[in-house]
Write a protein that binds this ligand. Structure first.
Ligand code: NCD
Length: 319
């Protein structure tokens, strides 16, 4: 018998928040809590996943997500290999599947995939035998980001239920927004989106959010302000008159924060664009900004996800 207790987690892959319930999310967050201290200790390594192989397959650039998955795997004792594939050199469809099948033949235990196309990670999960974790697919989902955001909020506010969270900026192109909206709704938070009309998906209120086009109203009495980067790499055409105007109306500075609750906290998934969606003084304000804490929680959450998918007694359904 293993000296490490095995938890029950009824999922083979982590492709999105869509498909999880409140109990699944609580299992991940509770387990992640236990890894925070380990990550702060001098000896950060455990042998839980010794002998397992994880590949980070990234078709898009990444600093935080890729590094934290690598650290997470290594701290649990697994072998981790990073593969960066320039998206331009990869043809979609068959080539993606061929890559996956090639890797699959090497007896992997987990594949962490980031891809510019929404749905690509699911396609790949259907073709391989190992666990697949979505590290961000197009503007669709980025589940581990929402989970690390939830852990950060829960530690600071003691709960998710009943909080009001404003997600501000380029919601249209944001997988972070989509995963966070889903998770926060499942956990009983009130979610608002604050953005110009051009940066909101059609029928956004169907996602279970209150919609605002004006920061003063949208931030009134909120507990959490979650800022998003302008994702220009996903913009085809012109969505904004100018960056200066955008910052004036939607960039977060201390004046706009004054509308929120006095103990409101500021989050951003990174990378931040100072002076575009967030003022430097806010990003660096340690009383308000949780940006660095989010990065720290990212490692703990990814350790929990790898642990649960690789060790939990999941009923395996072969494809
Ligand atoms: C986000 C992403 O890649 O979706 N970043 C991240 O994972 N930390 C958000 C972004 O790129 O703006």
């Amino acid at each position: 018998m293993s000296k490490f207790p095995v938890l029950h987690f009824p999922h083979r892959h982590l492709l999105g928040i869509d498909g999880l319930d409140a109990a699944d999310i609580a299992i991940i967050l509770d387990l992640a809590e236990t890894y925070i201290e380990q990550n702060r200790a001098d000896d950060k390594k455990r042998a839980l996943l010794r002998g397992r192989t994880i590949i980070n397959l990234f078709f898009e650039n990444s600093t935080r997500t890729r590094t934290s998955f690598e650290l997470a795997g290594k701290r649990l004792g697994a072998d981790v290999i990073n593969m960066s594939v320039a998206s331009t050199s990869v043809k979609k469809g068959e080539t993606l599947l061929d890559t996956a099948l090639t890797l699959n033949a090497m007896h992997l235990d987990a594949l962490v995939v980031r891809h510019p196309d929404s749905g690509a990670v699911k396609l790949l999960a259907e073709a391989v035998n190992c666990a697949v974790i979505n590290g961000g697919d197009g503007s669709h989902e980025h589940p581990t980001q929402a989970l690390l955001d939830a852990l950060t909020i829960r530690r600071r506010k003691g709960r998710l239920h009943g909080l009001t969270v404003a997600i501000c900026g380029d919601v249209l192109h944001s997988r972070v927004a989509r995963s966070n909206i889903a998770l926060l709704n499942i956990m009983g938070a009130h979610v608002r989106v604050v953005a110009p009309r051009t940066l909101l998906p059609a029928q956004v209120s169907r996602l279970g959010v209150e919609v605002f086009h004006d920061m003063a109203r949208g931030l009134a009495d909120v507990d959490i302000i979650m800022m998003l980067r302008l994702q220009t790499e996903r913009m085809h055409g012109s969505f904004l008159p100018s960056i200066r105007e955008y910052f004036h109306f939607y960039g977060l500075d201390h004046n706009k924060i004054a509308r929120a609750r006095p103990d409101a906290l500021v989050m951003h998934p990174g990378p931040i664009n100072r002076g575009v969606e967030i003022d430097s003084a806010v990003a660096d304000d340690l009383d308000r900004s949780l940006i660095r804490e989010q990065v720290e929680m990212g490692v703990a959450v990814r350790m929990a996800c790898l642990d649960l998918l690789l060790r939990a007694n999941t009923p395996m359904t072969e494809h």
